[in-house]
Design a protein around this ligand. Structure first.
Ligand SMILES: [Zn+2]
Length: 46
């Protein structure tokens, strides 16, 4: 029997210890927007 866990955010079937990609993507988007700010500041500084 396959045992799986359903993501409460998007409803995806996950392994019991797996974190859903939908939450990863949110984190990545935050990191990307932070990175964009850093790059913009660097561009202004140079
Ligand atoms: Zn999810």
């Amino acid at each position: 029997m396959a045992y799986y866990h359903v993501c409460e955010y998007c409803g995806s079937n996950l392994d019991p210890n797996e974190k859903c990609d939908c939450q990863k993507q949110e984190q990545n988007q935050e990191q990307k927007s932070e990175q964009k700010e850093i790059n913009a500041k660097r561009a202004l500084a140079s």
